[in-house]
Design a protein around this ligand. Structure first.
Ligand code: SF4
Length: 369
């Protein structure tokens, strides 16, 4: 996940980058070439088949398409003969430059992630105005041009009550969607006004599960889709490998200055693995800080997952990847995944679908239809 620049035209009130959104610094093409070479070398040594770059911000559409075309040229030269490369972009979609659509047609961008709350009022621009009409118009353009897209809605104080309505909007449009409970904070004041309690998130997940089961379209909605897979594997007795933090970490955050973190530690200096513009990935992954974090992850997984009936059906990624906000919830209240899987199993038993999924084809999640 590459933070190409923090600069953004919005000031969403729950954004964990809130204090940096006016900064205009961005990665140079030389930085990106260094990062690409480092990643390509690691991919070659490890025999990876695919590397996926998510271009993130700030708002990455504020950077001209020509910049991304230069990145495409760098990737062609650096990754040639090593592995496939996939590029997607995460945007607030208040802007949709025509040149971006050209980059989709040229095959550089394979998809677009849209951050949007259809019912919230916290996604505002620098003047405090909502930009929903721009987003809806641009989303329609993506749909009309058949650009693969997905959406993310932050579950926060302002969106929680509309969780089911939000699910229905994207379900109706058949756009895969993810709910992301507020999980990283910019400061204490923001946390106090935006963070949800354990019970509020559990209740929202429960309502979304029920709405999904009730839906004719049953469009993919994460993280429910993922939890449903764990529930099905539990019913079938299909064990999955438990997440191993030594070898299975596969999402990394790269800051504008090359700082490298795992998903649970950004931007804590104590949890920084290294700098991808300077260090090799092997060096960063072997760093003393990461070794200490791996030990903490193993202890947390033993504490949380060790007593869980779904361990092995659920690989424990939630406990492993938990951010500081999520660790607070885990320590004080337990695991939201466990609670939601239990709810899914209850619903499957009530409806008799448990027998269908237990003996049906593996990972057939089209049971809502
Ligand atoms: S405690 Fe949570 S993360 Fe761990 S195995 Fe159980 S459901 Fe999964």
């Amino acid at each position: 996940m590459v933070k190409v620049s923090k600069f953004c035209n919005l000031r969403c009130r729950y954004c964990y980058e809130l204090h940096d959104l006016g900064k205009r610094e961005r990665m140079s093409l030389e930085d990106i070439e260094r990062m690409s070479s480092t990643v390509a070398e690691h991919a070659r040594l490890e025999g990876y088949e695919l590397v996926h770059f998510i271009w993130h911000g700030g708002e990455p559409f504020l950077i001209k398409p020509a910049f991304y075309r230069e990145i495409a040229a760098i990737q062609r030269s650096v990754f040639s003969g090593i592995c496939k490369v996939r590029n997607t972009i995460q945007t607030n979609l208040t802007l949709l430059p025509e040149g971006f659509l050209d980059l989709v047609e040229e095959g550089f961008f394979e998809g677009v992630g849209v951050s949007f709350d259809p019912y919230g009022s916290d996604r505002v621009d620098v003047r405090g105005r909502r930009r929903d009409e721009d987003v809806i118009r641009n989303l329609q353009t993506l749909i009309d041009r058949a650009v693969p897209c997905g959406a993310i809605t932050v579950l926060s104080r302002g969106t929680r009550d509309a969780a089911v309505s939000t699910f229905r909007v994207f379900d109706e449009l058949r756009i895969p969607h993810r709910f992301l409970p507020y999980y990283m904070s910019a400061d204490d004041e923001q946390r106090a006004s935006q963070a949800l309690t354990f019970d509020e998130i559990r209740q929202a997940y429960t309502e979304i599960v029920d709405a999904w089961l009730d839906s004719k379209n049953a469009t993919t909605v994460d993280p429910i889709e993922e939890f449903l897979r764990y529930a099905i594997d539990y019913l079938r007795g299909d064990l999955n490998p438990v997440f191993d933090p030594h070898t299975d970490e596969f999402v990394f955050i790269v800051d504008v200055d090359g700082g490298l973190w795992g998903v649970n530690g950004a931007y804590d200096p104590e949890e920084k693995y290294g700098n991808i513009f300077v260090d090799s990935l092997a060096q960063a992954l072997r760093s003393a800080r990461r070794s200490r974090l791996v030990e903490q992850i193993e202890a947390r997984m033993a504490r949380t997952c060790g007593v869980c009936p779904y361990r092995g059906f659920c690989p424990g990624k939630y406990a492993a990847h938990a951010t500081a906000e999520e660790r607070r919830l885990l320590d004080d209240h337990g695991c939201l995944v466990r609670e939601t899987v239990s709810h899914i199993l209850r619903r499957l038993r009530e409806t008799g679908l448990d027998r269908k999924v237990a003996f049906g084809p593996r990972h057939d999640t089209a049971i809502g239809a």
